[in-house]
Design a protein around this ligand. Structure first.
Ligand code: F6P
Length: 507
């Protein structure tokens, strides 16, 4: 049986789900108790909180991987979610997730900060796993359903799903940057990836620049031109018929769950914890904070280098200031992540060894994940938040810090290479490659007059509080619904409404 034939055979459920989200991971994490029993817990993060109410309202299902290899789970319900697990073997985790997703696409899409590796065996696994996700979505969606596919791990799913289920409306959102043509060109499977993505009705990106990069790549490699964010695609079906559809592409900058941060910042125990953190640090004048997954895109090395030099120059002292660096473990079996951990831990060890006193530590390096309450307490405790990513699709930590600063105090130092920098213009913007510039920005943030810091924070808070993640998901889903209505058989087949809107930025 050919791949094309096998893709066409699918059981369309009569009582499927009207709204289906497809993402690499399911929106739940497993909690394992001491006696070995396990329960599921809703995953933290904006996407999950934004889509939970939509799931409840629209008879939704979520297709994804449990996070463990070789685990074949039946569909199950947990809080508002109907969860449809997709199984991955240990070899597929190695090749599809750690390999193609995180050692090929991730570095390629993040300015080749690390060298992407190109292996055909990884690509074959990526294609096979994408096919499995597409099939599972096709067997979960009700006739005429809306399916929203998330992120770079699943770029082939839209076209595969369209072939299996031409009746469903397909959205795709890319959470990470989309690279310029010159970089994307390196990918040996560049046409197949663009083919995959353009199976969607609406493709969302973080920044207008990402959407432009994508449109240029499509023009160069598929020969199709987007005009005002809209393009026309066609292909022959297995029966030899010609089928065509309209694709819109535009920017939809993601945001955070503002409500949950508001609740936590008002919680007396979280506020008390923030005070306790400062006391435990010896009440320094300035608490600098970095919060990242331990990933080479985040610029953690640059930040630590700048901080170490400021201590060395005598511009900062361990008595007066401290850097708390939370580096949560991530993708730990991928080589570049292992190397980064060694580098960062070596740097922290050297700086602390040189500058610590019995009572003061220069850098509090925490290689753990923490509950969200603790993160919010850290945001409240920090005078200066350091976000120095070398490239980042958005960076939600920057927005979380801003949302947490209810009293309008605090300074955000923000890399200009994050999506967030396009919305948080009043941050102290930095080029993290410029270590002297970064050092100056760290001192400028410390010394900024209160009135100026307040003015900047008020403006940034206005932006974040009025553009939360619920707003983001509604805008995307409204545009997708408009697109479906305009292009439904018998519809006015006019791309103007959603197309024109998707063509521009929403910011
Ligand atoms: O930023 C892209 C992303 O996939 C996020 O959605 C996710 O939180 C993060 O990277 C970590 O992903 P994972 O641990 O699944 O590789």
């Amino acid at each position: 049986m050919s791949a094309e034939q096998s893709l066409r055979e699918v059981n369309v459920p009569r009582d499927g789900y009207d709204f289906v989200v497809v993402s690499n991971r399911l929106p739940v994490d497993r909690d394992v108790a001491e006696d070995g029993s396990s329960t599921w817990r809703r995953s933290p993060g904006g996407l999950v909180s934004a889509l939970a109410p939509v799931m409840a309202q629209r008879d939704g299902a979520w297709v994804g991987w449990s996070g463990a290899p070789d685990e074949d789970l039946e569909p199950f319900d947990h809080d508002v979610f109907h969860l449809v697990p997709v199984a991955l073997s240990e070899l597929e985790v190695r090749r599809y997730y750690e390999g193609f997703s995180n050692a090929t696409l991730w570095p390629l899409y993040h300015d080749v900060i690390a060298s992407p590796e190109f292996h055909r065996t990884w690509w074959y696994a990526y294609r096979r796993v994408n096919e499995r996700f597409a099939r599972q979505a096709a067997e979960t969606a009700a006739p005429g359903a809306t399916v929203w596919v998330q992120d770079y791990q699943l770029q082939l799913v839209p076209r595969m799903l369209r072939r299996l289920r031409p009746d469903v409306t397909i959205g795709f959102f890319n959470h990470i940057p989309f690279p310029p043509t010159e970089i994307f060109s390196q990918l040996p499977w560049r046409r197949a990836v663009l083919d995959g993505l353009t199976g969607a009705d609406l493709i969302g990106f973080q920044r207008p620049g990402d959407a432009q990069n994508f449109q240029r790549c499509v023009r160069k490699y598929l020969g199709v031109q987007f005009i005002k964010g809209t393009a026309q695609f066609s292909e022959s079906t297995a029966d030899g018929e010609e089928t065509s559809w309209t694709v819109n592409a535009g920017s939809y900058p993601i945001s955070i769950d503002v409500e949950s941060i508001k609740e936590l910042t008002a919680d007396p125990s979280v506020r008390a914890r923030a005070k306790e953190i400062r006391e435990e640090l010896g009440n320094p004048e300035t608490v600098y904070l970095g919060v990242d997954r331990l990933d080479y895109t985040k610029g953690i090395r640059h930040r630590i280098k700048a901080y170490g030099e400021l201590l060395h120059d005598g511009e900062l002292s361990v008595e007066d200031s401290v850097l708390i660096q939370v580096a949560s473990p991530s993708r730990e079996r991928v080589d570049s992540y292992r190397q980064l951990r060694e580098l960062v831990e070596g740097m922290v060890g050297r700086i602390n060894g040189q500058h610590d006193t019995i009572s003061h530590t220069a850098i509090r390096y925490l290689h753990h994940g923490y509950p969200f309450e603790e993160m919010v307490a850290l945001y409240l405790a920090a005078d200066v938040m350091l976000v120095t990513a070398l490239r980042d699709g958005m960076n939600l930590v920057a927005k979380e810090y801003v949302a947490a600063r209810q009293d309008n105090s605090g300074v955000l130092v923000l890399s200009e290479f994050t999506g967030a920098a396009e919305q948080l213009r009043q941050a102290v913007l930095v080029n993290p490659h410029d270590i002297d510039g970064l050092k100056e920005a760290m001192l400028h943030a410390r010394d900024m007059p209160r009135t100026e810091a307040r003015k900047r924070m008020v403006a940034m808070r206005r932006q974040v509080l009025t553009h939360d993640v619920v707003d983001w998901s509604q805008r995307f889903l409204d545009d997708l619904a408009q697109h479906a209505a305009a292009h439904a058989p018998g519809g006015d087949d006019d791309a103007t409404a959603a197309g024109a809107r998707a063509g521009g930025s929403h910011e």
